[in-house]
Ligand binder design. Sequence first.
Ligand SMILES: *Cc1c(COP(=O)(O)O)cnc(C)c1O
Length: 466
Amino acid sequence: MKYVSTRGAAPAVDFEGALLAGLAPDGGLYMPEGWPVFSVQEARAVGAMPYAEAAAEILSKFAGESFDKAELAAMTAEAYASFSDEAVAPVKALGPDDYMLELFHGPTLAFKDFAMQILGRLYDAALERRDERRTIIVATSGDTGSAAIEALKSCERVNVVVLFPEGRVSAVQQRMMTSVIAPNVMNIAVKGSFDDCQAIVKTLFADEAFARSVQLSGVNSINWARLAAQTVYYFTSWAKVCEHADAVNFVVPTGNFGDVFAGYAAKRMGLPIVKLGVAANANDILHRAIAKGDYTPEDVKPTASPSMDIQVASNFERLLFEAKHRDAKVLRAAMEDFAKEKSMKLDGETLAAIRDDFVSDAVSMEETLTEIRRHYEETNELIDPHTAVARAAARRLRQMGALDGKIVTLSTAHPAKFPEAVKEATGETPALPDFYADLFERPEKMEHAPADPAAVKALVEGAFGN
Ligand SMILES: *Cc1c(COP(=O)(O)O)cnc(C)c1O
């Protein structure tokens, strides 16, 4: 399988090339040159396998020439053994045609573990072969940072640097990052916002001498390997809730459009999916894009679901590429316009193509808290605010007639990762799983920096430069 850039001005690469590069050199995102397709029978056979085996099977379609199936199977077995639920991604039936896919049983209690746990192992294997090292720098609003650290802390050939906005991640999120003390891990608390952290990372990537000195690499959700790994739970959950060739809808709490795009990929791979529901919080750019054709970022509004407090959704470019029939020239012009105008109007044809597969809704903070309370009253279970956004959107989309039949909502984080919002909604403080019982007693280690690329650069060079 070769990977092509959405902007068409970079050479095609193999899976390993896409893995280590992240972003393509022309600024585009890598896409598989074609979709591997499963018949319904094949999808059912794969979806019914134990999770790690299903993952190896699906990943081998994307990565087969870079990593053989036995190698992938060894990695997925190890990666998903670290999950605390035997099913890895269990599905709960909540009512007629109403299901919830639990994606928070990984080591850092959010769905990012599904991809990161594999990514760390892929990186180590690829770098071992090449006899190279990499320093990975990520900006995080909380979940990506802890998932990356947990996955990469024992990698021999990878250093990981996480920038988080000081005082703006939850206490649990911060502790999950700063209590991992390892020679290849550096946490930097930045005096600024998440956007400041992201801007610093961008500046550092553009600094060629620095990038060379520390062998910089990126693992944010534009990395194709992450999306490939996330297609798997669409297959396994479909096999659990559907018989024969029946089709299902998924509603996905969405920020950077990575998770829901993995669902779209699964549909293109032959999985019987009717619609994918994009559930946004008050940062509703994707809802405005899908409902009205208006893709215009506004200022980021802080909400109770911070991992979705994003305006420019990087992976949306992948969907535009598909909707514009993979015409990289047209897409490049559109993205260049967008960079200039800070706004994009989707034409009728593009919009129609998108609406074949997607519906959308946006959920306010008040509705999010109401949903957490309602869920608690109805089921006696606590859900996290990101999950609540998806459940509120799913209910409304069904009421409006935009979705019909079976709906699986994705539950992307454990409620104990966001105890403040859950407590505000229900009066209950969700308990952390036993393996984090002593989280607040563990020693912490972090660096501090102003929102200034030079300060961050000095810290990283000091630790990992050569
Ligand atoms: C990252 C994240 C999301 C959003 O996923 P995207 O792939 O960025 O759309 C939703 N919920 C939680 C808990 C997350 O950590």
